[in-house]
Ligand binder design. Structure first.
Ligand code: 5GP
Length: 219
């Protein structure tokens, strides 16, 4: 039976360690395809166009929107972020589990468009740790850090709209937990309709044949 790919949406407060989590997960398990988003924000040190993001100007981004080449997009801290459509559709149809690491507005749009998508929220062990991680990153101005913490307060209000949460205390453990959760999702009854129908049909045919054999034996 060909396994269908799952669309997995991962959100979490800025600084919670989603990026490293995704990197490790995709390195460790080959079944995952990580979608690279387009954004209008400037690259951080060490980021490369086409690897962390497709860095685009506002005009270029608005053209992507107009041409319907994004599955979803959102404005976050004064910048656009969006998910390219082609890659996601292509990978899902090839049976790979596609991970979108996106913020909440986008996640909730995906939920509406793809009700079978799985929504995960990554939590810090506590708020203090989140602040320390944001500062420890050392790539952002104080003002940006404060804005991201305020954003976290807003995002915390909507966590119940997600299906699962992962507390990212130990990175390796979080990776395993995420993998287990996604694997479990493949076994849901509502994701396996075709397979179940096929088994029913085979059973019916087999039962029919057995019935005929017995009837023959009785003659
Ligand atoms: P950062 O600037 O820290 O890389 O990302 C800021 C936020 O934008 C993060 O919460 C990240 O998950 C989110 N984000 C990244 N790509 C996308 C996208 O394609 N769509 C949406 N809606 N959010 C995104």
């Amino acid at each position: 039976m060909g396994r269908k790919g799952i669309l997995v949406v991962v959100s979490g407060f800025s600084g919670v360690g989603k990026g490293r989590l995704m990197k490790l997960l995709t390195e460790k398990y080959g079944q995952y395809a990580l979608s690279v988003s387009a954004t209008t924000r400037a690259p951080r040190e060490g980021e490369e166009d086409g690897r962390e993001y497709f860095f685009r100007t506002k005009e270029e981004f608005e053209r992507l929107i107009a041409e319907d080449r994004l599955i979803e997009y959102a404005c976050y801290c004064d910048h656009y972020y969006g998910t390219p459509r082609d890659y996601v559709e292509d990978q899902i149809s090839q049976g790979r589990d596609v991970i979108l690491e996106i913020e909440q507005q986008g996640a909730l749009k995906i939920r509406k468009m793809f009700p079978q998508a799985m929504l995960l929220f990554v939590m810090p062990p506590d708020a203090q740790t989140l602040e320390e991680r944001l500062r420890g990153r050392g790539t952002e101005e104080e003002e940006v850090i404060r804005a991201r913490l305020r954003q976290a307060v807003e995002e915390a209000r909507e966590v119940e709209k997600y299906d699962y949460m992962i507390v990212n205390d130990d990175l390796e453990e979080s990776v395993e937990e995420m993998h287990r959760l996604i694997e479990g999702q493949h076994n849901r009854i509502d994701r396996n309709g075709e397979f179940i129908q096929q088994i029913r049909q085979e059973l019916l045919e087999l039962a029919g044949v057995l019935g005929e054999d017995r009837a023959m034996a009785r003659q």
